[in-house]
Ligand binder design. Structure first.
Ligand code: F3S
Length: 377
């Protein structure tokens, strides 16, 4: 891989952390045959929850003496930084999680603690990024038309420090062409995304024809689900996404139905995977007004910034029995483990809750989730 003189110097830096970050980028670039490094607009770093990275990850982060050189955002952590007690989080767990967050803060990473950084900063078509959270990666590539590979927590951090990423994969326009035409039969696109991820072959990019026009939030849920059952990090939606016309229509065509799921009686209804937008908060409030006060646990997850921007709406939702948490989610927080069945409107959470939190999960539309929350036990 070609390196400029400046980049070569970084490989000899007296700062071990900078040297390591540069070595990581060069190693990845060489594995994937990148010709050079390119500048990025921002990085988004995953691997924040203590439940996911554990003691070894914590110690490694604390040992790094580096600063990020571009905007860098943090994925959700294991609890709401202010309302951790309400989530039933243990003091010892909290202490470790806070050490992780502090280590990132020292490096200059913004403590956004969200998987939806695209609601907080302007990301433009053709911007090069180094984002790690799979749902944010698929959103950025597909819905915004920005360009990012699916980074790991470590490569995203290395890119944030150096301000560059290897030029390969989805950074290169011709690698963004659709390879298969997909017709979605069902009406619930989160479940269709799960199913599509299961049948898609490695490396394929779908051009999707939906059965009706999806909202932006539905596209978000579709992409997050797709990326949870496959390594797919980009889709095109016919007539909707910014690059769908830029390539030839693939010849191979498949039809996709909704994924099936287990049924269980929920003791927690959890909405916000990925974190909810302002529009979704508004919809939840409208639904609570329609069906009445929540009588079961209704947890809603969003970023702290959206929560603060919508403080009035959040107060009204909480008066109607919902709890709006930020900095975390039902999948990365151990708080979900205290429940026997979690109802979600997210294909990604449906897939990950049993695997990562060992808790049963069931699925319903947003409207049915809220309606369920208002029913007596
Ligand atoms: Fe976000 Fe957590 Fe889902 S990080 S995409 S809400 S698993």
């Amino acid at each position: 891989m070609f390196l400029t003189k400046e980049e070569e110097k970084l490989l000899e830096s007296p700062n071990e952390g900078i040297r390591k970050c540069m070595e990581i980028l060069v190693a990845v670039g060489e594995i994937f045959g990148a010709e050079k490094l390119i500048e990025i607009k921002s990085a988004q770093i995953s691997g924040v929850s203590y439940s996911n990275i554990g003691e070894a990850g914590l110690e490694w982060l604390e040992s790094l003496d580096v600063k990020v050189s571009v905007d860098a955002f943090l994925n959700p952590a294991g609890f709401d930084l202010e309302r951790w007690r309400e989530m039933g989080i243990e003091e010892s767990y909290r202490e470790k999680q806070l050490r992780i967050i502090k280590a990132f803060e020292r490096m200059g990473v913004k403590l956004t603690l969200t998987c939806t950084p695209y609601y907080l900063v302007e990301v433009k078509k053709d911007d090069h990024l180094a984002w790690a959270e799979s749902s944010a990666v698929v959103y950025a590539n597909s819905i915004i038309g920005a360009r990012t590979n699916r980074e790991s927590g470590i490569t995203a951090l290395a890119a944030a420090v150096i301000g560059k990423t290897p030029y390969y994969g989805l950074h290169v326009k011709e690698n963004r062409a659709p390879t298969v035409l997909v017709k979605i039969k069902g009406e619930n696109f989160a479940l269709a995304g799960l199913e599509l991820g299961r049948v898609l072959k490695e490396g394929e990019i779908p051009l999707v024809e939906f059965s009706r026009k999806p909202s932006e939030e539905e596209l978000k849920l579709f992409g997050a689900a797709l990326a949870s059952t496959s390594s797919c990090s980009m889709f095109h939606a016919a007539k909707l996404t910014p690059e769908w016309r830029d390539f030839e229509t693939p010849k191979e065509k498949i039809e996709i139905d909704e994924a099936e799921f287990e049924k269980c009686s929920p003791d927690l209804i959890a909405i916000g995977c990925p974190h909810v937008s302002k529009q979704e908060l508004e919809k939840i409030y409208e639904l609570l007004k329609k069906y009445g006060k929540a009588k079961r646990n209704l947890w809603i997850f969003t970023s702290r910034e959206i929560k603060e921007q919508c403080s009035d709406l959040v107060r009204k939702i909480e008066e109607l029995g919902g709890k709006v948490f930020s900095d975390t989610c039902m999948v990365v927080s151990p708080a979900s483990e205290k429940f026997s069945c979690v109802m979600v409107n997210s294909g990604k959470a449906l897939e990950y809750l049993p695997k990562l939190r060992k808790v049963n999960a069931t699925f319903a539309s947003l409207e049915d989730c809220v309606r369920w929350a208002t029913l007596e036990d």
